[in-house]
Design a protein around this ligand. Sequence first.
Ligand code: SAM
Length: 397
Amino acid sequence: SKTSDKLSAFLESGIYRFENSNVVFIDPVRMLNRSYTRFRSSPSAYYSRFFDSKETIVTSDSKKRKRKEKKTPHDLNEREQAATLRHQQARPMLLKAHGFLMEATDLLAIMKDLRGGSNICSSTELSEQHSFIELGKVWQAPLYEIVLKGASKGLERVVPVFNNLVVNETSDDMEAEFLNNKFILPRESCFYMSDLGQVHNLIHECNVGFNLIVIDPPWENGSARQKLRYPTLPNWYFLSLPIKQLAHPDGALVALWMTNREKLHNFVQKELFPSWGVSHEATYYWLKVKADGSLISDLDLFHHRPYECLLLGYFHGQGTNSKQPPRLRPIKHDQIIISIPGEYSRKPPIGELLLEHVPDFKPARCIELFAREMTAGWTSWGNEPLHFQQSTSFVRD
Ligand code: SAM
């Protein structure tokens, strides 16, 4: 039947498209698995939180926030009003999308099993993990090396791990060893681990322009939980990202993850995109649900929206005046991607969904900036691109 076809397609690809809509449900684990040949991403490691129906998000100051919610429109300052308006515009669309999910009983029935039954491990985060950020800062950083082991014995290389393009050029997964930790590197992928101060080195290391650039900056947001996990940077730092130099001269699709802060939306539209030479074209929404399909928080909770935005824009390249770069397909507006979130701040793998807009470049050259993981065919840059590549997050096929 039609529904079981769709389900088997989902079980294969990790993508469930709701018919005649702009909505997809994805299983990041299945999508990530396309990057690997000998290993599989472990569902229990990915879904370390999984949001069982019992769990709800309670914040220490939720009472204070509740009170704030009750403000009438007249009490809101200008920025809060703008934020409320932005939310009100997206709201009906998000509710409709969530309605599609709640009606897809066949999908709901398998969602609760996406984490798998046995050997639930609560978190893959090891104490060692953060040392990438710390180790990269010490004077000995240039001396640290990583051992790469190809699929066939004998293919072993030792290369600097920081400020160096580390490449798995083979068509097979590679195992790597660094300070007694093991990592899995997907086929045809590479990473450059450095601080933002060295990001310009990427331009020379990767000497062809990128067609797709995904960016998830460490925006400041004042959350104490975030501060424990990775350092953040003031907005103006991101003006220095060399997007123009990284982009393909014929144009590129740029996708930027956002938080819901109104100030940030203003900054990106008025300063950041213009300084990168990027025009804003569309907004995608990532709607976060629990394993039972319900939203992870109340849709109208001001400071804990159950969604995040992905702004899509074009870098037009040199010498084009047209609205759309010559070799890119127009972006559909207001797409909604639904998934169960993984670890804190981890974004779903949207690369493949975006690739349909860069049809003329095969294979497309893709880069993720501030990446914490690697993808087959992609370049990952950030101060901890191996964060989720630890072998404990994988199982052998
Ligand atoms: N997209 C990632 C994911 O899905 O897991 C999350 C990226 S997180 C929002 C931002 C990343 O930027 C963190 O890994 C953080 O360590 C990194 N970062 C913070 N300051 C940096 C700097 N000065 N240079 C390079 N990376 C930095």
